[in-house]
Ligand binder design. Structure first.
Ligand SMILES: [Zn+2]
Length: 263
């Protein structure tokens, strides 16, 4: 199996240096993974990297705008199909992928691993000890050792992290940032980091914080307030998990959602 990375020109605080598009190939066949945003220059760079290999599919890990919008136009240009877990705002899959499905590229089998959490439609792709993780687990960004992920559903996310651990991978190819050669250490850190944050949030609620905003101001007191809106989304995901577990009650949503400790 050969893995080539084509970096999309969309750097930013959430995308790091940009989206990693992967051309995964074996012999004369290739699959394109996470083609990225609609960008003609990036499309040309992908087509150039593919060369005269036959593209069996254009697949996406999930349908966020930095991963999927180029998929359909690129598949049309290359005369192939798109595949993903679900349709999205700018993505129409020709084939829906489910847990355990296999995409064959030459002699390589890319297996679908359903990993909801970052988004509800997220999948990873596994080939032996290698996992392509999309936004489920990110690689390090330049000048930053670890990058944590925006999470939509925290309980699902933690389960999906455990799922990756159970695969005991030896290398990850993330959707952003560089490759990870110590995946077990990194994913274990992700899990510890989330559980630690959960303890901090519970402590803030026990200490009297009664809205999402108050929890953010306590837990993130050392963080630049410009990042509070992003922190609030993460705190809200934590609070929803804790509320679903009956460990507190929550009413409303957003910054002013009311929290009450259960006793
Ligand atoms: Zn994403």
């Amino acid at each position: 199996m050969r893995v080539e990375r084509v970096l999309a020109p969309n750097p930013g605080p959430f995308t790091g240096p940009g989206t990693n598009t992967y051309v995964v190939s074996d012999g004369r066949e290739a699959v394109i993974l996470d083609p990225g945003p609609l960008d003609r220059g990036h499309e040309a760079a992908i087509v150039d990297t593919v060369g005269d290999r036959r593209v069996v599919a254009v697949v996406v890990t999930h349908t966020h705008p930095d991963h999927a919008p180029l998929a359909n136009p690129l598949a049309r240009e290359l005369g192939t199909d798109t595949a993903g877990y679900a349709p999205g705002p700018d993505f129409e899959p020709d084939r829906l992928l489910r847990e355990g499905d296999v995409i064959r590229v030459g002699g390589v089998a890319l297996q679908v691993v359903f990993t909801p959490g970052h988004s509800s439609d997220h999948v990873c792709f596994r080939a032996g000890g290698v996992v392509f993780t999309g936004d489920h687990v990110l690689g390090p960004f330049p000048g930053q050792e670890r990058t944590s992920v925006m999470v939509e559903d925290l309980a699902a996310y933690l389960e999906s992290l455990e799922k990756i651990l159970r695969l005991t991978p030896s290398r990850l190819y993330p959707g952003h940032g560089s490759e990870v050669d110590d995946p077990v250490a990194l994913v274990s850190w992700y899990i510890r980091h989330r559980l630690e944050r959960e303890r901090e949030i519970l402590a803030a609620v026990a200490g009297g914080a009664s809205t999402v905003g108050e929890v953010v101001e306590k837990v993130y007191r050392e963080v630049d307030p410009a990042l509070f809106p992003m922190a609030a989304r993460s705190v809200e995901a934590h609070l929803r998990k804790l509320s679903a577990e009956g460990r507190l009650t929550m009413a409303g949503e957003g910054w002013d959602a009311r929290i009450e400790a259960t006793r």
